[in-house]
Each structure stands twice: as C-alpha cells, then as structure tokens.
Design a protein around this ligand. Structure first.
Ligand SMILES: *Cc1c(COP(=O)(O)O)cnc(C)c1O
Length: 400
C-alpha cells in the first residue's frame, strides 16, 4: 500500500494512450464518437464525464478513502450539488460558524427551495443531539453539515464525535474539509459520509483556479451526487481539472512548510505587545490530535490590541497580499468583518466571536523571517499612527 505523499504525486494512472506521457492529457472535446449506433462508449458527452476529469475524481476519492469523487466548477457548486440530494421538507443541522457563501446558500437559496437548516454549535454535543432529534413539529434531521476547522476562529470540530451522534439518528455527516485537506485528516475514516472541498484553496494551491470536489462513502450516495453533478451541470472543465491535479502533487510539501511557518508566526503574535488573542489550533494547549487532526494547517487569526486600527496594519503589509481566499503558496491577510464575513450582521458576527479587530492570515511558503518582519513593520507603522492620533486628540482637547 503506497503512502499518501506518493499517492499525491501519482494518482491512479489511466494509461489510456500510447504516447508515454507521464501526465494525463487534457481532453478538449465536448463530445466523443460512438463506434456504431449500438455501441455503449465509456465517454459520450463531456458534462457526463471525460478522462481528464475522471483522473482527478479518482485521485481525490483515493486520497479521501472514499468510493467515488466528483469535480465541480467551484466549491459552492460542489456544495450545491451535494445539498440537492435532499428533498424539500428535509432538515439539515448546520454548524453555526460556516463559510459565508455556504451560509447564504442555505439561508437564501435552499430555504426558498424548502430544505430546512438548523444552525447549532457543533462543538456542544448536547446541543447537537437536541438539534438532531427534532420534536413534535420538527422532523429528525437527515444530515449534519460542518467544517473541520471553523473560519476564521479555527475551532476544531470533532468529526468522530459528531458522526456518532448523527448516525444514532440515521443522519449522514457532510464535512467541508477545505481548511484541512486529506493530508491532515480523512473525515470518511472518522465516520463522515460525504467530504467536500473548495479545491480553489489548498488542493490547487496557487490562486489560479476556482474548483470544487466531493467524495462519498458508498455507491448509493455516489449515484445521488452523480445525478446532481450531471443534471445541475456545474462541472469542472478539463483545464481546471488539470490545474487541480498538478497542484495536488505538491500538497504535502506546501502544507508542511505552511504549517511550520504558521506555528512560528502564531508564537510570535502570542508574545507580541500589539496583539490580543491568537487563534490557531493547539496554540493554547488544546488537544488537536485527539480530534483526529495530524496538523493544524496554515490559517490563523488574531485580535489587534486596543488602540491600534487593524486597517493601518493591513494597508501597510508589503509581502502579505491584502486578499480573501487562502491555502496558496503566497501569504494573504484580510479583515473578516469587512472582507469575508460582511454577509453576517455585526451582531451575528460578534455572537460567533468575530470582532472588528480580528485579522485573518493565510500563511504561504515564503521564508518565515520575511513574513515576521513584514508583520512587525506594519505593527510599528500602525502604532505610530495611533500615537499621532492620540497626540492629535490631546492637541484638540487642549485647544478647546
Ligand atoms: C472558499 C470556500 C468555499 C467555497 O469555495 P469556492 O471554490 O470559492 O466556490 C467553501 N468552503 C470553504 C471552507 C471555503 O473556504
């Protein structure tokens, strides 16, 4: 049995032509010829399937230890297709702190469609159990939907514990594994039934493609997701499939460096006079391995100390790019309250712990010394700005 790093590089070779090419070809063909009217060709029309996409779909199924994989034009297209296996009137329990686009897909699109979403803090087992069960007027839930690490506070969801509760009620478990990837956790091994990725992030890893993947535990779910993929039609084009495939080959190397860098930065921030709380799994000594994680990934967030304006820091970073998204080779920084979580009202944001002073970093593979220096020069700039502002206030009040 080959190890994960080897699987990342090789996938499951298809050897479907005689050229000896070591990479699977990008088949730019929308249609495939029948030999005769009576023949049943393996490929007929590229939305239903094509060899470039199949390579990627088999690759992610193998990495996530599932039976079948599916590639979509975006992470949200994958989520849309997976949630479409339910019927109007079904109920899904949803982690209370999920990706903003998924949140509005549930609350706007699927609410209109009649799929009920019950938000719950999935780290609270009693609350989860209660939400699964329903009551006289609410049917038992058909599924739980969670993200392995919450965004942007990086709380760890215990997938095995959640799956035990969900399965007791006959519900399936859907895990968005974007922040973690199969390199750090394979949710199907912990009891999940469907795994979803925004492959735009770590799997592709170079901020150059929008893509989504899904993997299922068994053939029954496989048929249902395949129907949604083929009929909703949000498929990933062959070029995109190739970009994700190529990105995944270096996932292990990138993620090792990203989390090594992230830990150095998290510790630096923890000791920094201009920083309040730091959010990175395990940094405060909480058990991460016990929840099935082999590492903590490359995303972290922190509160800027009172008096400093987070925008002064973000606007003056030179190596970190000021941008949403995450998981790529280059480091990115952003202000969740203004850039990624603006779909929540301020009150909703504060309720889940996202303050106006919270900065999220996605750490890349640069030399960590440059990243630390970049943060420090931006902190110094913001500190100086704050000092001048206060000095200005003093002059103003003296004038009055
Ligand atoms: C980015 C992201 C998505 C959406 O993926 P797209 O590829 O942008 O459609 C879903 N879930 C998580 C956790 C994400 O970070």
């Amino acid at each position: 049995m080959t190890q994960l790093d080897t699987k990342l590089v090789h996938g499951l070779p298809i050897d479907d032509n005689a050229t000896g090419a070591v990479n699977p070809p990008i088949y730019n063909s929308s249609t495939y010829a029948f030999e005769t009217v009576a023949s049943m060709p393996r490929w007929d029309y590229a939305r239903s399937g094509n060899p470039t996409r199949e390579f990627l779909e088999r690759q992610i199924a193998q990495l996530e230890h599932g039976t079948r994989g599916f590639a979509f034009a975006s992470g949200l297209a994958a989520i849309h297709a997976v949630l479409s296996i339910f019927a109007p009137g079904d109920r899904v329990v949803v982690g209370s702190n999920i990706y903003g686009g998924t949140y509005s897909l549930f609350n706007e699109h699927f609410r209109r469609w009649g799929l009920l979403g019950t938000p719950v803090d999935t780290q609270d087992e009693k609350a989860l159990e209660y939400a699964m069960r329903g009551d006289d007027s609410t049917p038992p839930a058909k599924a739980v939907y969670v993200e392995t690490l919450t965004n942007p506070l990086l709380h760890v969801n215990d997938i095995a514990a959640i799956a035990r509760i969900a399965h007791r009620y006959g519900a399936i478990v859907i895990v968005d594994n974007t922040f973690v990837t199969p390199y750090l956790q394979q949710p199907l091994d912990l009891g999940a039934d469907i795994v979803i990725h925004s492959a735009t992030k770590y799997l592709a890893g170079h901020s150059d493609v929008i893509a989504g993947l899904a993997v299922v535990r068994d053939d029954v779910l496989g048929e249902r997701v395949y129907y949604a993929q083929n009929r909703l039609g949000g498929v990933l084009a062959p070029e995109g499939c190739d970009a994700v495939r190529r990105g995944m080959q270096t996932l292990a190397l990138r993620l090792e460096r990203q989390q090594e860098n992230a830990l150095v930065i998290a510790r630096h921030l923890l000791a920094h006079p201009y920083v309040g709380d730091v959010h990175y799994p395990g940094i405060h000594g909480e058990p991460v391995a016990a929840k099935g994680l082999r590492g903590c990934g490359g995303v972290l967030s922190f509160e800027v100390a009172p008096g400093l304006d987070p925008a002064d820091i973000l606007d003056h970073l030179r190596i970190f790019r000021l941008a949403v998204s995450l998981g790529a080779v280059e480091s990115l920084a952003e202000l969740p309250a203004r850039m990624t979580h603006f779909e929540l009202s301020r009150e909703e944001r504060l309720n889940v712990g996202i303050s106006d002073e919270l900065i999220r970093l996605s750490i890349g593979i640069e030399d960590v010394r440059d990243l630390v220096d970049d943060l420090d020069q931006a902190f110094d700039f913001a500190r100086e700005r704050a000092r001048r502002r206060t000095a200005g206030d003093v002059r103003v009040s003296a004038a009055i």
